[in-house]
Design a protein. Structure first.
Lengths: 293, 296
C-alpha cells in the first residue's frame, strides 16, 4: 500500500456539494409533503363529514326513498356492493391468475402470449363505462337474460378487474426466482406441481396484493353498475335481482337537495373506505399466516 | 407394488464396471418410463455408471459442449474443472436434462445411466430427474417452506405421500449431516439457516428423492471455508452410495474430494484421469498450464 496523505483522503467535501445535497433533500421532502396533502385532506373530510352520519341505524336499515321523514340507511348498498364484488372476484381472480400463470410459466415469449399480453394492456386502459355499456347491450338489451340484475353488475366488474388481476399477477409471478423453479424441476417434479407447490405459494402475498387492488377498484366503481345492476332501495340477497351499491348510493344522494341525504352520501363513502380497509387487513393477515404452514 | 417386490426388483446386482450387463425392457420401463410413479425403488448401496457419448449442447447458435464423451464411475467422485464458460455446468445440466429448460437450449448425443439413454424418446424427463439429483451453485431452499417441508418437498413434489415421509426426512437430514443442528427447529423456515446449512438442506432435499446419481454444480462457491469443509466431508461419505459429479472452480477442492478429475476447455474435454495424475503429471500441456495457474 502506498502511503496516501491522510488529509487528502479524508478531505472535507466542498461547501457547494454540501449545499446541493441539502437542496435536493429538501426538494424531495417537500414533494412528498405535497403528495400527502390531498390524501390527508380526503381522509380528514371523510371522517369529519361521514362520522356524524354513521350509526347502527344507518348501517342496518334500507333507504326508504321517502321525501319526508326518515330517509333510512345504506344496508342495501353495503350488501349489494359486497355481493357483487364477491361474485366478480370469484370470476376474475382465478381467471386472471390463470392467464398470468400461462403467460409466465408456459407462454413465455411466444406469439400467442405476446398477443394476450397486448390485449390485457389494452383492456387495462378501457374506461369502466365501456364495460358497462358492453354488458348492457349483450346481457340486457339483447332480451335473453331479463332486465337489470346483480350478477350482470358482477360480470361487468369482473371484466374491469380481469386485466388488473392478470397484469399484477404476471409481474409477481415473474418475481419468483427461476432458481426455485429449477430446484423443483431438478427434484423430478412435473411442471404443474412446480407451479402449485412452489411458484404459487412463493408468489401468494403479491397475488393477494394485486387482487386487492382490483377489488378496491371494483368496489368503488359507479358508472358500469348504473346500467347493469341499476339502483334500488331494498336489500336483495339474490344476484338475479336489481341491486343497490355503495357508489351508486353516493351518486344519487350527493345530488339531492336535502342536507341529510348529502350527509348519507358522506356516511356511505366512509363505509366504503372502511370496508376496503378491513378487507386489506384481513387479506394481509391471512397471507402472512399462510406463508409458513 | 409391494415393498417386497420393489426390493426384489432392485436387488439385482448393478452392472459391473467395464462390461455392459443386459437390461430388459421392463427394467428400463421401471427406471425412467411412464409417469414415474412406478419408479420408486429402495435405494441400492451401489452407485450407477454414467456414460456420455458424443454429447453436443447448444444455446441457440452457441455451441457450448462439443462432441464430448466421458465416463463417470459408480461410487466415485468426479470433479469437472476448467475456466469459466468452458461448458462444465452445461455438461452436468445435460445429464439430468435440466439444460433443455433454458429457452433455445438443446442437446444431442447419448447420456447413459447404466444401460438407459436418458435422451431416449421413451424416457420421461421427470423420471430422469428423480433418478439424478442436483445441487446448485446457490443454495435454493423453498422460501415458503419449513426445514422439514423443504426436505419433504424432495418426495412430495414427486407425489409421494404416506407415513414413511417423516422417517425419510430424518434419514435424509442425517445423510446431509444436518440433523443434529436442526432437529429442534424442524418447523422453522428453511431460509433462516446459515448459507452452509442451507446448502446441506438442499443436499438433504436431493437425497430424500432417492437418486442414483448426484450432480453438484459448484456447491461451495458461495460458502466460507468451514462450511466448504463440511460439504466436502459429506461428499466423501455420500460416494459410498452414489455416483457423484462435482463442478468446481477450486482446484484444491477437486484435489481434496475427487477420485478422478476432468479438465474442460471451450466445450471440449481435454483430459480425464485420476486426480493425483491430473495435478502432478497430466498428459496434456493445457491441463498442466491450467492446474499450475498459468491461465484460467
Amino acid at each position: 500500500m502506498s502511503a496516501v496523505p491522510l488529509d487528502s483522503t479524508f478531505a472535507p467535501i466542498g461547501a457547494g456539494r454540501r449545499r446541493k445535497d441539502k437542496l435536493m433533500r429538501g426538494l424531495l421532502g417537500l414533494g412528498t409533503l405535497v403528495a400527502l396533502v390531498p390524501l390527508v385532506l380526503v381522509l380528514y373530510y371523510l371522517l369529519k363529514k361521514g362520522l356524524g352520519a354513521v350509526s347502527w341505524h344507518f348501517l342496518s336499515t334500507d333507504p326508504t326513498g321517502n321525501f319526508l321523514g326518515d330517509p333510512g340507511g345504506i344496508k342495501s348498498a353495503i350488501f349489494g356492493t359486497i355481493e357483487m364484488v364477491a361474485l366478480a372476484s370469484l370470476i376474475s381472480i382465478p381467471i386472471g391468475v390463470g392467464v398470468a400463470l400461462y403467460l409466465v410459466e408456459y407462454g413465455k415469449k411466444n406469439k400467442f402470449a405476446s398477443a394476450v399480453r397486448y390485449f390485457v394492456d389494452v383492456m387495462t386502459g378501457v374506461p369502466s363505462i365501456v364495460f358497462g355499456l358492453f354488458i348492457y347491450i349483450t346481457l340486457i338489451l339483447s332480451g335473453n337474460f331479463g332486465s337489470f340484475a346483480g350478477w350482470k353488475g358482477s360480470v361487468a366488474l369482473a371484466l374491469l378487474m380481469l386485466p388488473i388481476v392478470t397484469r399484477s399477477a404476471e409481474v409477481v409471478l415473474l418475481l419468483v426466482p427461476d432458481h426455485l423453479r429449477e430446484a423443483a424441476l431438478a427434484l423430478g417434479a412435473p411442471r404443474w406441481r412446480v407451479v402449485s407447490r412452489v411458484v404459487l405459494p412463493t408468489a401468494l402475498p403479491g397475488l393477494v396484493t394485486g387482487s386487492l387492488l382490483a377489488i378496491a377498484r371494483a368496489a368503488g366503481e359507479t358508472a358500469l353498475l348504473l346500467f347493469t345492476a341499476a339502483i334500488v332501495n331494498g336489500t336483495s340477497l339474490n344476484l338475479g335481482q336489481r341491486m343497490n351499491s355503495l357508489p351508486l348510493q353516493i351518486f344519487t344522494d350527493v345530488g339531492q337537495a336535502q342536507d341529510r341525504l348529502v350527509a348519507r352520501a358522506w356516511g356511505a363513502a366512509l363505509t366504503l373506505v372502511v370496508l376496503i380497509l378491513l378487507l386489506t387487513l384481513i387479506a394481509r393477515f391471512v397471507s402472512r399466516r399462510s406463508r409458513l404452514t | 407394488m409391494t415393498p417386497q417386490e420393489a426390493k426384489e426388483m432392485t436387488s439385482e446386482p448393478p452392472p459391473t464396471t467395464g462390461e455392459q450387463s443386459e437390461q430388459t425392457e421392463s427394467t428400463k420401463q421401471r427406471r425412467f418410463g411412464g409417469d414415474g410413479r412406478s419408479t420408486r425403488r429402495t435405494p441400492t448401496e451401489a452407485g450407477h455408471r454414467v456414460t456420455i457419448d458424443s454429447l453436443n449442447a447448444y444455446y441457440g447458435d452457441q455451441h457450448a459442449v462439443k462432441e464430448l464423451s466421458i465416463n463417470f464411475e459408480p461410487n466415485k467422485v468426479t470433479a469437472l474443472i476448467g475456466p469459466s464458460g468452458c461448458g462444465k455446468s452445461t455438461l452436468v445440466r445435460c445429464i439430468n436434462r435440466m439444460h433443455e429448460e433454458i429457452p433455445g437450449a438443446r442437446a444431442t448425443g447419448k447420456v447413459m445411466v447404466d444401460d438407459t439413454d436418458v435422451y431416449d424418446e421413451r424416457v420421461d424427463v421427470v423420471a430422469v430427474r428423480r433418478a439424478i439429483g442436483m445441487v446448485f451453485q446457490k443454495a435454493n431452499p423453498f422460501p415458503t417452506m419449513s426445514i422439514y417441508d423443504n426436505v419433504a418437498a424432495g418426495l412430495r413434489l414427486q407425489g409421494t405421500k404416506g407415513a414413511r415421509l417423516k422417517e425419510r426426512v430424518e434419514q435424509s437430514l442425517h445423510g446431509a449431516g444436518l440433523w443434529d443442528e436442526v432437529k429442534d427447529r424442524l418447523a422453522r423456515p428453511g431460509i433462516g439457516l446459515s448459507g452452509g446449512q442451507q446448502q446441506r438442506l438442499c443436499i438433504a432435499r436431493a437425497l430424500a428423492a432417492e437418486p442414483d446419481v448426484i450432480l453438484m454444480d459448484e456447491p461451495c462457491s458461495a460458502l466460507d471455508p468451514i462450511a466448504t469443509l463440511r460439504i466436502e466431508e459429506l461428499v466423501e461419505e455420500l460416494k459410498t452410495r452414489y455416483t457423484i459429479v462435482i463442478v468446481t472452480h477450486n482446484m484444491q477442492q477437486a484435489a481434496r474430494v475427487a477420485d478422478t478429475t476432468a479438465f474442460m476447455l471451450s466445450g471440449e474435454l481435454v483430459e480425464h484421469a485420476p486426480t493425483e495424475k491430473m495435478f502432478t503429471n497430466p498428459d496434456d500441456d493445457r491441463t498442466e498450464q491450467y492446474v499450475t495457474g498459468k491461465f484460467g
